[in-house]
Ligand binder design. Structure first.
Ligand SMILES: [Zn+2]
Length: 367
């Protein structure tokens, strides 16, 4: 394998050469890298403007700015293009506008236990809707605040659909199912069903500015170690502002492309100060979602984030490090955009885990 490192400078701006400088993760080109030779992985990892995701034994996803393909060719790295989510499959799913309509109907029908509010707008001016589920949902009181965030990568759609089903089940069974009733009585549950509706509409990972939202948060391990919204994407800014308005203590962030529960840190190799706790929570989630625990790739269906692959500017570590909101990252499905008919399976598989994980906030606030 020949590495012509001199060419790198030709294709990427010199301003992003140092590895510890925060860089926008622009996605103009997307590839599957078919080989896992460590020197190739290390070369690509050393490029701060590139995004590596979903590393597996057969290869990994690589995202980057214009010129990436030429760079791969020059370095004789084998690749194939990653396509946007398939148009036929996409057409089976509700549009962001249909999702919005559904949420509005639910909020109107169940005014006592829901509050639908927007935390801001996407690049294309779509509202970022949060459904709050709680008894007296309009009161912002002292009960523990929990949140789920789905679909921050637009082409990872299963989380959004699972959340919509969970919301429906909660409102329809409040006062009937004792466990769900207790959940809404005791806690304030906030669900951002789609952090990236523009990406969902287009079937793309990035938002409409070609930016990877899960690399756009403040990063305590780089020069971007300031908890400010400056120069961040509107969707990222909205989540940061939202977090400032609530006392969230436990949360999860849903992705797709793998089936595993990922616990902190993502950013650094150091042991997380409460590693036993986050491992237990992750393990419990996986056990309650049996297809995740049955993973043949990840032992017990869980992994430390950094041990899998390093993420800089991710939401999980930002949430924990800057805002004291314990967050885990849940990869719900190997297929990012599966047949719509499979969504009920994913919902049923995750349902017990979703409920148990929310109940765990009691443990978190008491510790
Ligand atoms: Zn993702």
């Amino acid at each position: 394998m020949r590495f012509n490192t001199g060419l790198i400078v030709l294709f990427f701006s010199t301003s992003s050469l140092a590895t510890n400088i925060a860089t926008k993760h622009t996605i103009d080109e997307s590839y599957w890298i078919k080989e896992n030779k460590s020197e190739i992985f290390e070369l690509l990892k050393s490029r701060p403007e590139l995004t590596i995701d979903h590393v597996s034994t057969s290869g990994f996803e690589l995202y980057g700015p214009k010129g990436l393909e030429g760079f791969l060719q020059q370095n004789l790295i084998e690749y194939r293009p990653l396509e946007n989510a398939n148009q036929n499959l996409r057409s089976e799913y509700p549009t962001p506008e249909a999702v919005e309509k559904d949420l509005k109907i639910i909020a109107k029908k169940y005014p006592g236990i829901t509050k639908l509010y927007s935390i801001g707008k996407s690049v294309k001016n779509r509202d970022l809707w949060v459904m709050k589920l709680s008894r007296n949902a309009n009161l912002d009181d002292d009960r523990p605040e929990f949140k789920y965030i789905a679909n921050m990568h637009g082409d990872e759609i299963v989380g959004r659909e699972v959340m919509l089903r969970f919301i429906k089940e909660c409102v329809e069974n409040y006062g009937k199912d004792p466990r769900l009733t207790t959940l809404l009585d005791k806690f304030q549950i906030h669900i951002l069903v789609s952090m990236n509706p523009d990406g969902a509409a287009a079937g793309t990972r990035a938002n409409s500015n070609h930016s990877d939202l899960n690399r756009d948060f403040p990063d305590f391990s780089t020069s971007d170690n300031q908890d400010t919204t400056d120069k961040r994407e509107p969707e990222t800014q909205a989540v940061m502002k939202w977090q400032g308005e609530h006392n969230f203590r436990l949360s999860a962030n849903f992705h797709g492309g793998s089936e595993v529960v990922n616990y902190p840190w993502d950013t650094i190799p150091d042991r997380f100060p409460e590693e036993d706790l986050v491992k237990d929570l992750s393990h419990e989630y996986a056990q309650n979602a049996p297809y995740i625990a049955a993973s043949t790739t990840f032992s017990n269906g869980i992994t430390n984030g950094f041990a899998w692959y390093e993420v800089n500017g991710g939401m999980q570590d930002w949430s924990i490090y800057w805002r004291k909101d314990l967050q885990i990252t849940i990869e719900l499905s190997n297929s990012k955009w599966p047949d719509y008919s499979s969504i009920d399976y994913y919902y049923q598989q995750n349902r017990p885990a979703l409920i148990k994980f929310i109940e765990r906030i009691e443990l978190i606030v008491k510790r």
